[in-house]
Design a protein around this ligand. Structure first.
Ligand code: TNX
Length: 554
């Protein structure tokens, strides 16, 4: 009994969920048949009971009741505007989510043919002219819900908010639980930034289309809208290019550590693009040039200066490979690659990399980039490049985007500010904040640590408009969290590095600065643990968050 009392004393210092687990296990082993009165463990500090909701990203304006509810019944219908096929699709997305968990999947019907029961109405009618492109307005009353937006994207984001207002078990496919309800209230919401991104490196380790779709699903839940795919590097070439078959047959045949690699066929790519589009996510394809090109050089030796094909590479060093910038064949190659990818990728962007070119002079680098950016423009795309493109003496084409990744020094900050002054925009991906491949702390097994550890608070608790002196809000398109995969082989590895960080990045990109706060964020985040558990996601349970547990019992 003394031992048990000691353990009960310890529980007072544990987060609530851990305490509950420990109490349960104690009772299993010791309480049976005994009269022991178990003391209640009180959590220290603010508790998740103090917050009104657990929405991430936090909406621009939110006012929800703590008592009133809209409860779904078997008669609840989802009503969309007549003739709006996209809204019908978004309505079915919501219906299927709910139908996964309750016995009756709500019917999706057109306005005018709805029954008398309670409705969830998705409409563009009566949308305020001032309601921006991705904005939405959500009114939840006890007898019905109205989601209004001026675009399908706004309806989709409003549906993601509805999703997060429903109990976490809505994410669980085999629960068959009741009741399904959400709090009464009003949310008016719009994003802060137009670029809310994540990057997946499919070059170091290949992730097949099914995995990428899962990654897209993760992004959609948090209203992210740009998926940057790092499609080529020293260790692999991952997209089919008609007329250049060896890029994939040879260059795509391997990955870090020597595994079999892989690549996206044109048909798979096209399917991925539409899967993303249906979730209002634009794919940003990256072919990294002129460095990070060993897989291409090994496949087409005319791209090297001496014409000799290097061996395929399965290590993790960077900076050693480069396209021969003096050869015309190089620009024919770049033109083939950009043209073919541009033709099957509807988004306005082409990312041409440009990072870590250690074996070329600045003059050679600029010589290459001047022509490469013209090729991108000639195929109708807007140039995106890592921040090195802003640091050299290169006139960027109008509309170019520099992706800031290196921890800030005065020199890089000044270069980026100069590029902005000449008309470039920036996407912020500071490695020492939101590189998803940085370890959380010294005990994290996966990931790297060259930019330090990024714990959950580091990734969340910073202000984009203060990152680079001289680069103000107007020049910042948004934020993007890159996931490099040197050390990540499979989806459960990806999940562990992405969750919870992706949620924090989403809030940085979407929510007004004044609405963000670590103290409420960590409590809202605590309620996403059960959602991720229901989705089967392998996430990092940082001790900084009082995680809630998924309750599936009736
Ligand atoms: C730096 S970030 C790189 C990548 C690595 C990454 C690992 C950038 C533009 N280049 O080649 O994969 O660090 O964190």
């Amino acid at each position: 009994m003394d031992a048990m009392r000691n353990r009960l004393r310890q529980i007072g210092h544990l987060p609530l969920s851990a305490a509950a687990l420990l109490l349960a296990s104690l009772c299993l082993s010791a309480c049976a048949g005994s009269e022991t009165v178990v003391e209640r463990a009180e959590p220290a500090g603010p508790s998740t009971m103090d917050i009104q909701h657990s929405l991430i990203p936090i909406p621009a304006s939110v006012d929800l009741s703590t008592t009133g509810r809209f409860t779904l019944t078997d008669a609840t219908q989802i009503v969309v505007d007549g003739g709006d096929a996209e809204a019908g699709r978004i309505g079915r997305f919501l219906a299927e989510l709910i139908g996964n968990t309750v016995e009756t999947t709500p019917a999706v019907v057109e306005s005018g043919s709805e029954g008398a029961g309670p409705h969830i109405r998705l409409t563009q009618e009566g949308a305020d002219a001032g309601l921006g492109d991705e904005a939405y307005d959500l009114v939840i009353a006890s007898d019905g819900v109205t989601l209004t937006a001026s675009s399908d994207a706004g309806l989709f984001y409003g549906v993601q908010t509805i999703r997060q207002l429903l109990p976490p078990y809505v994410e669980y496919g085999a629960a068959y639980l009741h009741p399904m309800w959400m709090p009464v209230g009003h949310i008016a919401d719009a994003p802060r930034f137009e670029w809310r991104g994540a990057m997946l490196d499919v070059a170091r380790h290949f992730f097949p289309p099914g995995d990428v779709k899962q990654f897209i699903d993760f992004m959609a839940l948090y209203k992210l809208n740009r998926l940057h795919l790092h499609l080529s590097d020293d260790q692999g070439w991952r997209i089919e290019i008609p007329g250049r078959p060896r890029l994939t047959s040879h260059g795509g045949s391997i990955q870090v550590g020597g595994g079999p690699g892989g690549y996206f066929s044109t048909a798979e790519w096209t399917d991925l693009v539409s899967y993303a589009q249906e979730r209002f996510i634009t794919i940003v394809p990256e072919i990294d040039m002129p460095g990070h090109t060993n897989a291409a050089l090994a496949s087409y030796p005319e791209l090297t200066c001496d014409g000799q094909a290097p061996e395929l590479f399965t290590g993790t060093e960077v900076g050693f490979s480069f396209l021969c910038v003096e050869k015309e064949e190089t620009y024919e190659f770049v033109d083939d690659v950009v043209r073919e990818i541009a033709a099957i990728t509807p988004g306005p962007y082409f990312h041409l990399g440009g990072d870590e070119v250690h074996e070329l002079t600045e003059e050679q680098y600029v010589q290459f980039m001047e022509r490469a950016q013209e090729i991108v423009a000639s195929h109708g795309k807007r140039v995106v490049g890592w921040d090195e493109i802003a640091e050299v003496d290169l006139d960027l084409l109008p509309g170019s985007i520099a992706q800031v990744w290196r921890p800030q020094t005065d020199a890089t900050a000044e270069a980026v500010a100069d590029a902005v002054a000449s008309g470039a925009s920036v996407v912020l991906s500071p490695a020492d904040r939101i590189y998803l491949d940085m370890k959380y702390d010294s005990s994290t097994v996966l990931g790297l640590a060259w930019a330090g550890y990024n714990d959950v608070r580091d990734a969340y608790d910073w202000e984009p408009s203060e990152l680079i002196p001289g680069v103000s809000e107007e020049a910042i398109l948004g934020v993007e969290a890159p996931l490099w995969t040197e050390s990540l082989e499979k989806m459960s590895d990806v999940e562990y590095m992405v969750f919870p960080q992706l949620a924090g990045v989403a809030e940085l990109g979407w929510s007004p600065a004044a609405a963000r706060s670590w103290d409420t964020y960590r409590l809202r985040l605590a309620a996403h643990g059960p959602r991720w558990t229901a989705l089967g996601i392998n996430f990092y349970r940082t001790p900084d968050v009082p995680w809630q547990e998924l309750e599936l019992g009736r």
